[in-house]
Write a protein that binds this ligand. Sequence first.
Ligand SMILES: C[S@@+](CC[C@H](N)C(=O)[O-])C[C@H]1O[C@@H](n2cnc3c(N)ncnc32)[C@H](O)[C@@H]1O
Length: 228
Amino acid sequence: MEEKDSHPISFLVTDDNSHTLFSERFRASYHSTRGAISESKYVFIQNGLQYVHEQFQSKEISILEVGFGTGLNAFMTYLYAQEQDLKINYQSIEAYPVPITEASRLNYTSQFSEQEKIVFNQLHQQEWNRVGQISDSFSLNKHLCLLEEFSSQQKFDIIYFDAFSPSEQPELWTEAIFEKMYDLLKRNGVLVTYCAQGQMKRNMKQAGFKVKSLPGALGKREMTRGLK
Ligand SMILES: C[S@@+](CC[C@H](N)C(=O)[O-])C[C@H]1O[C@@H](n2cnc3c(N)ncnc32)[C@H](O)[C@@H]1O
């Protein structure tokens, strides 16, 4: 797959002043318009990474993300891992990359040091389909492919399931896709998503997950965590 498949996007400022993008192809924003950074921290870091770190006392954690997009979840993961002294193997799947020229205009690093700005740029500049070291303790492999075509021999501790919503991309929230996600997790592995749709939760259960509904981000009623 080649990078030319990227699609028209525009910038939005969300309620916590962090940017998100709006995809013309999917007619959807990449994050909650109530706060992109706040949503990423709450759904994926607090209820995904921090949960696994504290629950299983893990210091080495492997993460698979569905949808690299703006790189925000990867950047928030890097920051949490630095703070907690974790070793992270981060892999992300993306079919329609955000061009680097656009990514470099995102304001996610405005509160951070020069070193952290360099890290955010590195996350985007890293070559596709190659393992690279962002730091001694953070490795990154971005897979340029459709989720439907992704396969891996590796198993993961956490999946950040961050596709566009079931109304925009119903083909990514099916029982078959969740079976594939289940297979990609280690025993006791965890999948987190901002989504709380009933049919999605039934599909997760059918695929074998123990499904837990948690309070959602930024006033949203619920989000979902699945345990293998
Ligand atoms: C809701 S956005 C979230 C992206 C990212 N996690 C972020 O924080 O910016 C969903 C992402 O999934 C990507 N995507 C959509 N369909 C896909 C597919 N079939 N396979 C892989 N990635 C896909 C989109 O291009 C987009 O980057």
